[in-house]
Design a binder for this molecule. Structure first.
Ligand code: GDP
Length: 594
């Protein structure tokens, strides 16, 4: 394996160039890892290392010397705050995301934890929305991302950012594993983050924790008490039962992971949300990932920069500095930074502005190169075997169903569709509603999405519309099969078919002013001047072409019906014989059937 020295930030386009491959090759490889990064996006070093290996490169980080960073001074207070310390490496709280199926209690759990641990009275008891909040108990902290579900989580992943340290997979004891539970589990496993299973609603009537544990076993995440490795606890988010136990498990997992941050490294973090507020201008909710961010620091995030005017924590308090894993609102941006992107510290405002401007220029260049990029993206299609089919047409589809059982049924029904003209190619299938990643995958792979008994997430619907991705959705499986047949037929090139309009028999031949005119009787249908003509002699076609003119008595006409005489001149043909049949026909396009 070849060693490649790289510098951060690692931007997709630059990395591709360094590996001597086209950006689209890198993008598609990232896509296969479920990371949807664009050409100019920054990706995590861990992800970059992973993907580079697939191209035969071992990435090593070069020593960075160009960006001069003001070394942060540690205050005594921070030393106490951060607990264990080894040189500049200090423990940092885990960043946790609550994942799971709808209605299994994610929001309730987030609320219960917040209310039990965020002291009332602070900032009037109103918690500032920072898209994440931090709890503290006996000097130990946990940062919870405040958006339940994997939407926020996958949004970060889409941008190649690894923000979450631990996923809490919530499963309702009275419902068991559901499609979104499985999807969330898949997400977490792909992102390589450990999960802790919280079996919720143990207070409810139909609660059956053992069934959930069995389902965990079936999914190779056997709970510890059953001899497996997955941390698991039974809780009631509503009644606050065992919540402390869950928090202990999170701290235990964090300890195993030995999460640390380097205080001497330049401050940096990730944008969770960003917006313009009336009082503060552009504001971003962020989580700090390294170093210490202080009021007055200058940071850059893509084409935006910020001289930090104020930092506001999750309790609405202004703070002077924020350490790793701290959720904090940053005020003072030049513009709204992109959600999911990373920001990092630079020396001063001048350097920040310069760097942001350089990115802006780069972005403009990229936009002007978009035409080429589009071609590259088109080439991307080659990566999907289905699209490679040249002779035979292929309809690529992505299947989504509510549960595994209906996915199988859908697969079976679609398997019965056969055609010599077009192949149905299932690129991807899964359970759960149609999300943005599905739409992006469909767009890139020129696929249609077939959804049985599932909904489309509202923003995915809009994205599908914008990108022109077709979604076939129904809750009757045979209706879907019919629609898929229709969609397959629509993919076929239209076939040309001849449509006979009428015929005339040549009864007399006239030579007038160098023209040979066939004196005819229309014997069938009608003769239309604008359509095609064909001369048939003794049942054999001897000429095919266009009409030059058709005359009825003294008038030039466009149409002669059966039973009427007319004089016909055909362009390029003048050797009529009596008894020839002049046929009039049209060529029509028809949409072939399968
Ligand atoms: P989410 O969609 O996963 O965020 O689920 P919610 O937190 O909105 O909860 C869905 C429903 O389940 C609500 O009516 C909650 O009150 C209820 N719920 C949540 N946790 C529990 C629990 O521990 N026990 C019981 N009995 N109900 C719960």
């Amino acid at each position: 394996m070849q060693t490649l020295e790289v510098k951060t930030p690692l931007v997709v386009r630059t990395l591709a160039t360094q590996m001597n491959i086209k950006p689209f090759q890198l993008i598609s490889k990232l896509m296969s890892m479920n990371i949807f990064a664009s050409m100019n996006q920054e990706i995590d070093i861990s992800i970059a290392k992973n993907v580079a290996e697939k191209f035969g490169y071992k990435l090593v980080l070069a020593k960075q010397e160009s960006v001069k960073i003001a070394k942060p001074k540690l205050s005594i207070e921070q030393d106490i705050l951060v607990g264990k310390k080894e040189g500049n490496l200090v423990e940092r709280p885990p960043v946790v995301c609550i994942l799971g199926h709808v209605d299994h209690g994610k929001t309730t759990l987030l609320d219960t934890i917040r209310h039990a641990h965020v002291a009332a009275g602070e900032a009037g008891g109103i918690t500032q929305h920072v898209a994440a909040y931090q709890i503290e108990k006996n000097g130990r902290k946990i940062t919870f991302i405040d958006t339940p579900g994997h939407a926020a989580f996958s949004k970060m992943r889409e941008r190649g950012a690894n923000l979450t340290d631990i996923g809490v997979l919530i499963v309702a004891a009275d419902d068991g594993f559901m499609p979104q539970t499985d999807e969330a589990l898949k997400f977490a496993q792909k992102a390589n983050i450990p999960i802790i299973v919280a079996i919720n609603k143990i207070d409810s009537k139909g609660a059956n924790s053992d069934r959930v544990k069995q389902q965990m076993q079936q999914r190779n995440i056997t709970p510890e008490e059953w001899g497996g490795k997955t941390l698991c606890t039974e809780i009631s988010a509503l009644q606050g039962i065992n919540i402390e136990n869950l928090l202990e498990l999170i701290w235990l997992q964090a300890e195993i992971m030995d999460l640390r941050s380097d205080l001497s490294s330049p401050a940096g973090g990730i944008i969770l949300e960003s917006k313009v507020t009336s009082g503060h201008g552009a504001m971003a909710s962020t989580i700090i990932q390294n170093g210490i961010l202080k009021v007055g620091d200058c940071i850059v995030c893509g084409p935006c920069y910020c001289k930090v005017k104020s930092l506001i924590n999750d309790r609405g308090q202004r703070i002077e500095e924020a350490l790793a894993s701290t959720p904090v609102n940053i005020i003072g941006w030049s513009d709204i930074p992109e959600v999911g992107s990373k920001f990092s510290l630079v020396e001063n405002e001048k350097a920040a502005r310069k760097q942001a401007e350089e990115v802006e220029v780069e972005l403009k260049k990229i936009q002007s190169l978009q035409k080429n990029d589009k071609e590259e993206i088109i080439n991307l299609d080659q990566l999907f075997s289905a699209i490679a089919a040249v002779e035979e047409k292929t309809l690529n589809v992505i299947l989504r169903a509510d549960v595994h059982g209906s996915m199988e049924a859908l697969g079976d029904v679609l398997g019965t569709i056969h055609s010599k003209k077009i192949k149905l190619n299932i690129l991807n299938c899964g359970v759960g509603s149609i999300n943005k990643s599905d739409v992006i995958l469909a767009d890139t792979s020129k696929a249609q999405i077939i959804a049985f008994n599932v909904k489309t997430e509202p923003n995915s619907q809009a994205l599908a519309k914008q990108l022109g991705v077709k979604i076939i959705q129904h809750d009757i499986i045979y209706e879907i099969a019919d629609k898929v047949r229709e969609a397959m037929a629509e993919c076929l090139d239209p076939e040309l078919q001849e449509n006979k309009l009428g015929a005339a028999e040549v009864r007399k031949i006239f030579n007038i002013k160098n023209n040979v005119i066939a004196g005819c009787m229309t014997i069938e249908g009608k003769i239309l001047k604008e359509k095609f003509s064909r001369v048939i002699r003794k049942k054999e076609m001897i000429f095919q072409g266009k009409f030059a003119s058709i005359k009825r008595e003294k008038d030039f006409v466009n149409e002669v019906r059966a039973g009427f005489e007319c004089g016909i001149i055909i362009s390029g043909f003048d050797t009529f014989e009596i008894g020839d049949i002049i046929e009039c026909f049209d060529i029509i396009k028809i949409q072939p059937s399968l």
